[in-house]
Design a binder for this molecule. Structure first.
Ligand code: KG4
Ligand code: ZN
Length: 378
C-alpha cells in the first residue's frame, strides 16, 4: 500500500510518500520521500501563527512541494482535516482532492492528533518505522501549540478523553512566556535552550560546592552564577492538586506577566526564570500523568506534539514513570517527528488501512471531506 500524505493544519506544509505493510500484529512503514516547509520565520513578527498568512503560504507552497512527487504512483491520498486552523486545513484538503481526482484514487481524512499518537508509538530508524507489541490501554499526553490533552487509547482507534487544558495549550504558554522574555517565536525551543544552560551552570556550581568549600565562592563569582532563590522567582503550579486530569496554563502565563512587570532581567536571570517556568509546567504534567495512569490502569505511556521535543519535560516524565510505574512502558517519540509533519499523517492513515478499518476503495470517502478546526478524538 502506497499513499501520499498531506499536512497543513498549522504553519508547516508537509507532503510524504509512504509505504506500509502489516506483518502479524506489527506495522512497518517506509518513507519513500518527504518534504517539509516551515513558515515559522514568517509568523515570528506576529508572535504566533497568523491564519490568513498560513493559508496563503500553504496555497503557494503545496504545488512546489508536490513537484518531486509528480511522477510517483500511489493508491490513495490522505490529508489532515482537523484539528487545526481551518483556513490552513482547507488548503491541504482542497489540494488532496485535486490530486486524488487527477489520479482517480480515493482521499482519506486523518485526525492530526491521531497522527501525533500513532507516530509516537513507532520506533524509528532512518526512513523506516515500526509499530509492534503495543500493550493497551495506552495513555497519550499530547502537548503542542494548539492542544494539551490526556487521551486514553483503549484499543486501536478507540479513544477516551481523560483530561485537557481548560484554557491555553502548553506550547502556547511557552511561546507567550518566551515573548515576554524577549525571545523569538517559536519560543518553546528558545526557553528550553536557556533553561538547560541555566541548569548546567547550577549543576556545575553545586558540584563545585560539594568538591571543595574553598572553590565554591570562586566558581560562583567567576561564572557570575546566581542561585534561583536569590533571583527569587517562584511560579504557581495551576490545578496541580485538582481532582481531575484537566489542566490550566493561562494563570501561569499571567503570573509570569506580573513577575516580569517593571523588571529588567539580566541574561542569567532570564535563564533562571525560564528554568522555573519549565519546572512549573513539568511538575503539572507529571502530576496529571500520574493521576491519569492511576485512574486508567494504562500499561503504555506515550507523548506527542511539538512540546514533546522539550528535553526537560521528557526527562522529568521518564524519571517519574521509571520510579513510580516501572511496569508501564514509556515510548518517547523520535525528535524528527515531534513537530508537525506529513509522515505522522501517513502513518496514522496506514495504520487504519492496514488494520482494515478503512477501505481506500470505498468511494464514499471521496470528495466530501471537510476541514474541521475543532475536530476531537473523543
Ligand atoms: O505540534 P506542533 O509542531 O504544532 C501544533 O500542532 O501546534 O507544536 C508547536 C509548539 C510550539 O508552541 C513550540 O513552541 C512548541 O511546540 N515547541 C516546544 C519545543 N519545541 C517546540 N516547546 C517546548 N520545548 C521545546 N523544545
Ligand atoms: Zn501538531
Amino acid at each position: 500500500m502506497r499513499i501520499l500524505a498531506i499536512e497543513t493544519s498549522c504553519d508547516e506544509t508537509g507532503i510524504a510518500l509512504m509505504e506500509g505493510r502489516k506483518d502479524g500484529g506489527s506495522l512497518e512503514f517506509t518513507t519513500v520521500k518527504a518534504e517539509l516547509l516551515s513558515q515559522a520565520k514568517l509568523h515570528a513578527e506576529y508572535g504566533g501563527v497568523f491564519p490568513t498568512l498560513a493559508k496563503r503560504e500553504h496555497t503557494k507552497n503545496l504545488p512546489v512541494l508536490f513537484k518531486p512527487f509528480a511522477d510517483e504512483q500511489f493508491d490513495a491520498v490522505v490529508v489532515t482535516h482537523g484539528p487545526g486552523l481551518e483556513p490552513a486545513l482547507w488548503t491541504g484538503v482542497e489540494f488532496a482532492k485535486k490530486v486524488a481526482a487527477e489520479r482517480g484514487v480515493p482521499v482519506l481524512p486523518v485526525n492530526h492528533m491521531e497522527g501525533h499518537i500513532i507516530s509516537s508509538l513507532a520506533q524509528r530508524e532512518n526512513n523506516k518505522s515500526q509499530i509492534s507489541n503495543v500493550q493497551f490501554p495506552v495513555l497519550a499526553l499530547l502537548i503542542s501549540g494548539g492542544h494539551t490533552e490526556l487521551v486514553l487509547m483503549k484499543g486501536w482507534f478507540k479513544y477516551e478523553m481523560l483530561g485537557k487544558t481548560l484554557d491555553d495549550a502548553v506550547g502556547e504558554a511557552f511561546d507567550k512566556v518566551a515573548r515576554m522574555l524577549g525571545l523569538p517565536y517559536p519560543g518553546g525551543p528558545e526557553i528550553s535552550k536557556i533553561a538547560s544552560a541555566h541548569r548546567g551552570e547550577e549543576k556545575q556550581a553545586s558540584e563545585g560546592l560539594r568538591s571543595a568549600t574553598g572553590a565554591r565562592t570562586e566558581q560562583i563569582s567567576s561564572k557570575k552564577f546566581e542561585y534561583p532563590e536569590k533571583v527569587g522567582f517562584s511560579l504557581p503550579r495551576p490545578m496541580i492538586s485538582s481532582n481531575s486530569c484537566d489542566m490550566s496554563f493561562s494563570g501561569l502565563k499571567t503570573a509570569v506577566l506580573y513577575a516580569l512587570k517593571d523588571k529588567n532581567l539580566s541574561e542569567d536571570e532570564k535563564a533562571a526564570f525560564a528554568a522555573e517556568f519549565e519546572d512549573a509546567v513539568a511538575e503539572v504534567l507529571c502530576a496529571k500523568v500520574r493521576r491519569a495512569i492511576n485512574e486508567s490502569g494504562a500499561t503504555t505511556f506515550v507523548i506527542g506534539g511539538g512540546v514533546a521535543a522539550n528535553r526537560y519535560i521528557r526527562e522529568e516524565l521518564q524519571k517519574m514513570i521509571l520510579e513510580e510505574f516501572p511496569d508501564v512502558e514509556f515510548r518517547l517519540p523520535h525528535l524528527s517527528i515531534t513537530g508537525d509533519n506529513a509522515i505522522m499523517i501517513g502513518e496514522a492513515a496506514l495504520a487504519h488501512i492496514l488494520f482494515g478499518d478503512w477501505d481506500p476503495k470505498i468511494p464514499r470517502l471521496n470528495l466530501d471531506i471537510k476541514a474541521t478546526g475543532n475536530l476531537s478524538l473523543a
